[in-house]
Design a protein around this ligand. Structure first.
Ligand SMILES: Nc1ncnc2c1ncn2[C@@H]1O[C@H](COP(=O)(O)OP(=O)(O)OP(=O)(O)O)[C@@H](O)[C@H]1O
Ligand SMILES: [Mg+2]
Length: 344
């Protein structure tokens, strides 16, 4: 059994956690920055980086303290090294390097997306490779065939916005506030998902990918029509997103023979309507369904520690000159999807 210190700082959450290779989460500390970014309706990279600098050191100390361990007792230090906002990533990675150097511990440079991708295995030991993963977050919307640690085959990606990004932009358009995903989900509870006719981009097409930009524009038109309740637009938007996710995932199941489970991870996986629809799809296809607990879906350091743990168990560590990577695809061999602004 080994103890791992995990550090996350790739977007607007600063987090530190101590976990062990037996899946115990000994501590988890998180400092959100919502208040700092709220006036701008989105994450401001420079503000985020400065906030990480202020928050990280005391968070690491608090995480070690709560776990009841010293840095000397930690076996490896795992930090997000990308992809993400480069300023924030550098704050976390440099801190991890300094700790690793000072305490003479191995450094593990974690791909943030691998943190999301493996988080369901931290939550549940029953989940084995290979599995079909829907990774739906603020910056990504992908279907991946997960063969093992570091072995990902991308089956689909978004050709424009990520699903979480669509939620955030819709929240902004509807004046529901920031962060957008939970706000839209809450408003949708009071609305009729059939009230507003909205498009389902790429649904039913032979290409495997996602698209959400047209849906966002349709939300804007529905709002400007001035005849719909905000709650009805939110519910109809959410239903359209769910329909897109389900259609694309159903298609991917047919192209992922050998997958032992359907798995969802990333911030949008915290959405109860999304989870329920995916669970039904898994049932229809006789696949077990795995989704991490809600707090493990959005950015956190336990999943980074766990991705580090999986790599540590395979004997992996990284050099102290490992450079932060603002872009870092899980499947470097994936073909580019059509369209500009391709998200890796
Ligand atoms: N309950 C919810 N319903 C829908 N979306 C949600 C919910 N909770 C969070 N989200 C969305 O999840 C996203 C945040 O997820 P996450 O923290 O994984 O993304 P990120 O780290 O910014 O992006 P990435 O992981 O791709 O780099 C935001 O877009 C947010 O709106
Ligand atoms: Mg994330």
């Amino acid at each position: 059994m080994a103890l791992i210190l995990g550090i996350e700082s790739s977007c607007d959450e600063t987090a530190a956690a101590v976990i062990d290779t037996d899946r115990r989460i000994l501590s988890h500390k998180l400092a959100g920055q919502e208040a700092a970014h709220r006036p701008y309706g989105g994450v401001v990279p420079e503000i985020a980086a400065r906030a990480h600098v202020e928050a990280l050191e005391p968070l690491v100390a608090a995480a070690l303290d709560e776990a009841g361990v010293t840095l000397d007792e930690i076996d490896a230090i795992a930090a997000t090294a990308g992809p993400g906002l480069i300023g924030g990533v550098m704050v976390g990675l440099v801190t991890a390097k300094a700790l690793a150097l000072a305490a003479d511990k191995p450094l593990i440079a974690v791909n943030h997306l691998e943190g999301h991708a493996l988080s369901p295995r931290l939550a549940d030991a029953k989940l084995q490779f290979p599995y079909l993963l829907l990774l739906v977050s603020g910056g990504h919307c992908q279907l991946l065939f997960v063969e093992g640690v570091g072995r990902y085959r991308r089956l689909a990606t978004t050709i424009d916005d990520a699903a979480g990004e669509a939620y955030d932009k819709t929240a902004k358009l509807l004046g529901l506030g920031f962060p957008g995903g939970p706000a839209v989900e809450k408003a949708a509870l009071e609305g009729d998902p059939k009230a507003v006719k909205l498009p389902r981009p790429l649904v039913g097409t032979p290409e495997p990918h996602f698209s959400f930009a047209g849906l966002k524009s349709a939300v804007l038109r529905a709002r400007d029509a001035g005849i719909h309740r905000t709650e009805d637009i939110a519910a109809s938007f959410q239903q359209a997103v769910v329909d897109c996710l389900i259609d694309r995932t159903r298609r991917a199941i047919g192209n992922a023979p050998g997958a032992t489970a359907l798995v969802v991870a990333g911030g949008v996986a915290a959405n109860k309507t999304v989870r329920a629809a995916l669970e039904t799809l898994a049932d229809e296809n006789a696949l077990p369904f795995f989704a991490p607990p809600l707090w493990l879906c959005t950015d956190n350091a336990a999943m980074i520690g766990w991705a580090g743990a999986e790599r540590f168990l395979e004997g992996h560590s990284d050099p102290l000159d490992f450079a932060a990577r603002p872009r870092w695809p899980l499947d470097p061999n994936a073909e580019k999807a059509r369209g500009a602004g391709v998200k890796a």
